[in-house]
Design a protein around this ligand. Structure first.
Ligand SMILES: [Fe+2]
Length: 309
């Protein structure tokens, strides 16, 4: 099975598989953006080899956030290339030290393997490694810059709401905005603007992050699922916010009409499954329930402003 890398711009490549992509930004030195997954690590490594890039030039892996489907390549790549340093937010640095982080990660990483086998993307789940270490080597704060040389400079933005540790990254020379999972699940291949909003931490913070990123002068959006969206940040963020408002309003109205929460959640689960294989159906249902709860909580607090100025 051959997975080709995609050259997005002169300094940026898309790696991995499209359902769980990672990116490689190359200046004088390189940075992998996204932690990848265990089952796609070999694909990422062989894509870098096929590009003829000397791995000693790759200095960093930047995590957008610490959800298990976005960190899994790191322990394997560090074993292979011990010089690669992990970059993440202060909250991410704390979360990866959590007592159950590795245990939960290993379970979720197997799930991703199963999904990729089902999709025919890989043939088998790679064997476990003896040690999963996720310590963050470089903690980056809002406004901090990561200079890769040749004019490639990434700026860090704190964009919570999907998760408390989420960061987004903007590169001014080539005008990329890495939005990671901050705008939820969206597939640029589909005709319509269908989103599954993912305000797992907080609806209010999620909307605030979207509004803040709408003013970034980016010409394309790099997602943690499904690859690159060729759209300016303002248009994309407006679509994401509109979809979030619609999803939230629907939940609030249905709950107010006395509809059964469980029935709503399983209907939403089926909608999410129809978008593509992301996780086991019980995991999706759990996440749908989290959104229902967060919508209810926010509705009790007052009105959310869904306008971009
Ligand atoms: Fe996530």
């Amino acid at each position: 099975m051959k997975h080709e890398s995609i050259q997005v711009t002169p300094h940026l490549f898309q790696l991995g598989v499209s359902s769980f992509p990672a990116y490689l930004s190359m200046g004088e030195i390189g940075m992998i953006i996204e932690g990848g997954t265990g089952p796609t690590t070999d694909i990422i490594v062989s894509q870098i080899e096929s590009l003829g890039i000397d791995p000693t030039r790759i200095k960093y892996i930047a995590l957008t956030h610490t959800h298990a489907d976005h960190v899994g390549g790191y322990p394997r790549i560090r074993k292979l290339w011990p010089h690669v340093k992990i970059v993440a937010s202060p909250t991410a640095a704390e979360l990866v030290q959590g007592e159950n982080f590795v245990k939960e990660f290993v379970r979720a990483d197997k799930m991703i393997g199963d999904i990729l086998i089902d999709k025919g993307e890989i043939q088998e789940i790679p064997p476990e490694i003896d040690e999963y270490r996720f310590e963050v080597d470089r903690i980056v704060e809002e406004g901090e810059k990561i200079d890769l040389g040749h004019g490639i400079v990434w700026e860090v933005f704190s964009t919570p709401g999907h998760s408390p540790c989420h960061i987004s990254l903007f590169e001014e020379k080539e005008k990329h905005l890495v939005a990671g999972d901050m705008t939820g699940f969206f597939d640029p291949e589909t005709e319509e603007d269908v989103f599954w909003p993912n305000y797992f931490q907080s609806l209010e913070l999620y909307c605030d992050s979207i509004k803040r990123m709408a003013v970034i002068p980016a010409e394309r959006i790099l997602l943690s699922h499904n690859g690159v969206v060729n759209m300016d940040a303002k248009t994309y963020m407006q679509k994401a916010l509109r979809a979030t408002e619609a999803y939230h309003q629907e939940l609030v109205e249905r709950l107010a009409n006395g509809e059964d929460r469980k029935a709503i959640n399983s209907e939403k689960r089926d909608f999410v499954i129809s978008l593509g294989p992301l996780a086991y159906s019980n995991v999706i249902e759990f996440l749908c329930n989290l959104l229902t709860k967060n919508s209810q909580k926010e509705n009790e607090k007052g009105r959310i402003d869904f306008q971009i100025d």
